[in-house]
Design a binder for this molecule. Sequence first.
Ligand code: LLP
Length: 432
Amino acid sequence: MSLPGAPYVAYRGDELHLEGRSLSALAREFGTPLYAYSRSSMLDALSGYERALAGREHLVCYAMKANSTLAVLQLFAAAGCGFDIVSGGELERVLAAGAEPSRVVFSGVGKTRTEMRRALEVGVRCFNVESSAELEVLSEVAVAAGRTARISLRINPDVDAGTHPYISTGLKNNKFGIAHDQALASYRRAAALPGLEVVGIDCHIGSQIVDASPYLDALDRLLDLVEAVEAEGLARHLHLDLGGGLGISYTGETPPSAEALVRSLLERIDARGHGHRTVLFEPGRSLVGNAGVLVSEVLYLKDSGGGKNFCVVDAAMNDLMRPAMYEAWMNIVPCDRAGRATPRDYDVVGPICESGDWLGRDRKLAVTAGDHVAVLSAGAYAMSMASNYNTRGRAAEVLVSGDRAWLIRERETTADLLRGERLLPNDAQSWY
Ligand code: LLP
């Protein structure tokens, strides 16, 4: 039986498997820390969106910031997915993975002129513009390049997504989007600028949302605006991009399925007479989150002397930032549950020199040095947020399908980390 929130993770006998592969065996083969992803889990998650959207003009744009490893992008591109990008780097990555630029939307509050130029040159489907100032710059860049930029305005609908303050984005005092009450004026300006073609409206209200109601509120506010914009003749057939944000289960949360959420939004769209519109979504976490695990080796068990037990593992906050950054709770389970050791409550911590370097607190585990543990639901905002803090190379990654496993990213070496750095020349020694 698969573990809660991890559809392709299950014990076979005492050994934890991802699809058909034992995670301890993968750890021995590829080393630790190791990210492993289930191909089926990702494709199933996408098909939930696709089932609900079948029969209407739509595009699911995977928000690649959640996990931008090339092979993951390649998998989604081959499955017909579009992409939501937020930087020139992500654009080059997704092109390298074989994506069609015409299926890419470009979001982000701080696009540079260089990034805009490149996105125009390759022909992205749409820029999701986040401010009036950006409209002016984009028009200027497009005119200079002899191109037209297709744009959508990202509206800040001022709804509370009820999520962690760092990942809530649709409230008035967030830095994201154009305030709802300024949006009509921005559409007027966009329609008047020479380098732009207005094609859509979008919003993204936050992440790890576990309830459909903030989406429905945001949608209503967007549709009010669409009606006002089209009534003034500023644009026709605006597409509706409802962003990403759907949550997953980390610790018993019960978000709606993607299929149920999308169906309820489409129902509202139809009920308000907008059923003819092309609909876009930008899911990140809900496509990849549950598909990944981070496998790590137990290095040492120690007690603090003050009644606390620590389980020191070889993965750390540089590999998985979410617990340190958001106090995120992520399930940690042994890869072998034969349970020779006595179960104890541990804080599972990494080797980094920060007290904030923990992966889980107060977890009951029966482990001993040399065992492997797996952090579940680590497919999203995990490897893509990894850093090299403490001069630690980033983990290797494998993709698992049935009983096959492919190495999709080599472990970073120390030589990789030092590449590009320069020592000062000898004649500069008088400076220090
Ligand atoms: N579209 C836009 C414009 C976004 O900013 C985001 C995420 C998404 C789509 C995808 O949202 P998702 O479906 O993944 O919720 N690092 C945080 C999450 C940050 C989300 C940033 N924006 C975490 O680890 O929880």
